[in-house]
Design a protein around this ligand. Structure first.
Ligand code: BTN
Length: 315
């Protein structure tokens, strides 16, 4: 994180001279660095003659030392970036280079954030959490069954613990608050799923993003909206990591069957009639719940059917 950017985090005006003096550089170097920061982080800086510079959407940067040392205590290493294309892509590259899992890739900004079904994930600098956890899977298909739903439970638990009043899940793993999407999850697998393989668990949580700077094509909310105040992403990251560790451990030891009822209790559309688009098919049915592998159970024309993938919509 640039020192100049850190000086602007209070959201107040700072004169070019004061910034130059604090950094031991000239006013024209301050100006050049600000232009570079605006471009690199895609940030908006308010410039007013006679008053100086102000960051329009200030944010609390990640605390590298604190995060690295707390994650180290649970055996995870941290790879923190100012900018990457996608934390999931970076995690997959690290695995390809033989870097040992578990590790967390975190970035202030993503230039090519990826969502499910080939969608983009809007990732402005400093406003949200862009997090990927790389793990090793030792028990093959048994450990993978229901995993993406379990990650949803862990994210829900973390947000609930931070005080978000009404958090729920939408199959397979969208996280909703007050009926709008607050977090998304993208799991990517590498290696042989029948034997030892790796999974990258990508999580995006809307934290302090304001409605003004987003181009999201569905109703969404953020922690700021739900809590009525901004959130320190450092705290969120630690609570989230703790939840993930607990749920992943339980899933590995007991399997999804032991978490199925908890998942169903948190499904926001449980018992409702919805349509599922799976490939080029559109199936309408009543949501009965999920099976022991996390597949969706729908009551379609009087008989129960299960689905392993697709996109749910309310009718
Ligand atoms: C979705 O709901 O469509 C899933 C969104 C997942 C977004 C996260 S942000 C961190 C990680 N890196 C990515 O490129 N995607 C995931």
């Amino acid at each position: 994180m640039s020192k100049l950017l850190a000086l602007l985090q209070d959201g107040r005006f700072h004169s070019g001279q004061a910034l130059g003096e604090a950094l031991g550089i000239s006013r024209s170097s301050v100006w050049k660095q600000l232009q570079r920061i605006e471009k690199e982080f895609d940030l908006r800086i308010h410039k007013v003659q006679g008053r100086g510079y102000r960051l329009i959407d200030p944010f609390v940067p990640y605390d590298r030392e604190r995060l690295a040392s707390t994650l180290k205590d649970i055996g995870w290493t941290l790879h923190l970036h100012d900018v990457v294309d996608s934390t999931n892509s970076e995690a997959l590259r690290l695995l390809g280079q033989g870097i040992e899992a578990p590790f967390v890739v975190l970035s202030e900004r993503q230039t090519g954030g990826r969502g499910r079904r080939g969608r983009a994930w809007i990732s402005p600098a400093g406003q949200n959490l862009y997090y990927s956890l790389g793990i090793t899977i030792h028990n093959g298909p048994h450990q993978l069954a229901g995993m993406s739903l379990v990650i949803g439970l862990a994210v829900r638990d973390a947000l609930h613990r931070l005080g978000v009043p009404d958090v729920g899940l939408k199959w397979p793993n969208d996280v909703y608050a007050s009926g709008r999407k607050i977090a998304g999850i993208l799991l990517e697998l590498t290696g042989d799923p029948a034997g030892e393989c790796h999974v990258v668990i990508g999580i995006g949580i809307n934290c302090n993003m304001s409605a003004a700077n987003s181009a999201i094509d569905q109703p969404w909310t953020s922690l700021r909206n739900e809590l009525g105040k901004g959130i320190d992403r450092n705290q969120l990251l630690l609570v989230l990591s703790e939840s993930l560790r607990g749920y992943l451990h339980r899933h590995e030891v007991e399997g999804f069957a032991s978490l199925r009822l908890e998942w169903e209790a948190n499904h926001i559309w449980h018992g409702l009639v919805a349509s599922l688009s799976a490939g080029d098919r559109e199936i309408v049915g009543e949501i009965l719940g999920v099976d022991a592998d996390g597949c969706l159970r729908l009551l379609v024309d009087g008989s129960e059917r299960t689905f392993s993938g697709g996109e749910l919509r309310l009718r």
